[in-house]
Design a binder for this molecule. Structure first.
Ligand code: S5P
Length: 452
């Protein structure tokens, strides 16, 4: 097949485009319907297609190739075979951010991945796929698309800084078919009218502001935290993972002005006492107007959790505004946390966590019906009426050697619609914790405003 035109006419015989009246997923009636899956049924055509796609841009910059499931999977595979660029496979798994199984194959963080898609319409599914691939630590700069339906997707992705290279667009295809007398003038007119009248159907959802969140959240502690965020212009929660009372109090005093809450692991304080640790800590919290979040990660039956919450050495119920808890014990197990806001651990930031998409889906059913819950710790978007807290945030590191995985504030606000970032070592290990808190506060607020 010598020319692109001849190639298209060969491919057309496989029935990849139909003309008539078709109702699209969005309910809109379209005069044409595209399905490029039959291309994979003709190996010769698939191989030619792969070479056409590979010829569209210089390939030196790409470490990996990945097809958006399903239609582009055979295309990406063929491209990989022709170019020797290694293939990775992205699973088609709804909202499965951050699970280790989302991408199959061998890859390393920081590698540049060339994405392949069969058809681009509004760009919605590509934008979602890009976020998922980037969430695995890979870079995406370019996307190769076989057919552009010319409904705004290419431009939308360009606005976001992604270059979309398209082999064919619907206008040129219609022109070829008209010249070949495979489409009559009336049909061509209907197609042009459709393309002129049907701009982009998809409006990307933005993060909602703290003011809006105040209206939709119901839990009183959630409201209090949002009020503090707005008053102090901060969405930073500093994690005080230090091991003596003195370090804890010094840290709280230093970062207090810049944070909305201080997160503790009170059981790692070796010289804990209520009088020596908690009383001065709550004074500092009052002075600098921040809340206390005890990251106890309760995970037992209701009765035991209630005892752990109120009794023992720490008497968490007497001082913590918020506590973290796993939803693993079920809905009723969370009944006992009366006066604190419960933040459920929906998804963890660590490598190999069991909180995969199925776990999170089931967990969300529990969380949504539990009135003590004010939000979730997670690495994915959650319903707007709850607050999203995202740990695993660091400006200079991508992980530690114990499985922690880090993202930037920009990523978590833009892609996850986080409400509060939780930062530990990025602040308490810094030479100057106060300056580091100020930096994360500023970056966090800028990222929040940019995501709106
Ligand atoms: O999934 C999680 C949940 C939590 S609460 N991943 C986390 O890292 N955390 C906590 O956030 C963790 O226990 C630690 O206190 C903090 C992150 O600390 P860093 O030093 O890695 O920033």
């Amino acid at each position: 097949m010598e020319t692109k035109r001849a190639f298209f006419l060969e491919a057309y015989k496989l029935g990849i485009i139909k003309f008539g009246r078709f109702t699209l997923k969005s309910g809109i009636e379209s005069p044409f319907y595209v399905d490029l899956r039959p291309l994979a049924s003709d190996p010769k055509i698939l191989k030619h297609l792969a070479n056409y796609l590979l010829d569209m841009l210089p390939l030196d910059n790409f470490d990996l190739i990945c097809g958006v499931p399903y239609a582009a999977l055979p295309m990406a595979t063929a491209m990989s075979l022709e170019s020797y660029i290694p293939l990775i496979i992205k699973r088609k798994e709804a909202k499965a951010y951050g699970t280790k199984k989302l991408i199959e194959g061998i890859y390393q963080k920081g590698q540049n991945c060339l994405l392949v898609e069969d058809v681009i319409t509004s760009g919605k599914s590509l934008i979602e796929t890009i976020a998922e691939v980037e969430n695995e630590g890979l870079k995406v700069s370019d996307i190769i698309v076989v057919l552009d339906r010319q409904q705004g997707g290419k431009e939308r992705l360009a606005e976001k800084g992604y270059q979309v290279h398209t082999l064919f667009n619907i206008t040129e295809i219609v022109e070829i078919l008209q010249e070949e007398k495979l489409l009559d003038d009336e049909e061509v007119k209907r197609i042009h009218d459709f393309l002129n009248d049907n701009p982009v159907v998809f409006e990307e959802k933005k993060k909602i502001s703290y003011e809006e969140k105040l209206k939709v959240t119901e839990h009183p502690v959630a409201k209090k935290l949002l009020e503090i965020a707005l008053e102090k212009r901060t969405n930073l929660i500093a994690s005080a993972d230090v091991i003596t009372t003195q370090e804890l109090l010094d840290f709280a005093e230093a970062v207090g002005p810049y944070i909305a809450a201080l997160k503790t692991h009170i059981d790692i304080i070796s010289d804990f006492s209520h009088e020596g640790t908690i009383l001065p800590l709550t004074d500092i919290a009052t002075k600098h107007n921040f809340l206390l979040m005890e990251d106890r990660k309760f995970g037992d039956i209701g009765n035991t959790q209630e005892l752990q919450f109120s009794h023992g050495v720490y008497k968490i119920a007497t001082w913590a505004d918020m506590v973290t808890a796993h939803p693993i014990g079920g809905d009723k197990a969370l009944d006992g946390f009366h006066n604190a806001g419960v933040i459920t651990i929906l998804g963890m930031s660590s490598q190999g966590t069991l909180t995969d998409a199925h776990y999170r889906e089931e967990a969300m059913k529990i969380i949504e019906q539990q009135p003590n819950v004010m939000g979730c710790v997670a690495q994915n978007q959650i319903p707007e009426k709850m607050l999203l807290f995202t740990p695993g945030v660091n400006l200079t590191s991508t992980g530690d050697n114990k499985g922690q995985q880090y993202n930037t504030p920009e990523h978590v606000f833009k892609n996850l619609h986080t409400d509060f970032i939780i930062v530990g070592r990025g602040i308490y290990k810094a030479d100057d914790a106060e300056q580091a808190a100020l930096l994360y506060k500023t970056k966090g607020w800028e990222a929040y405003e940019a995501a709106l």
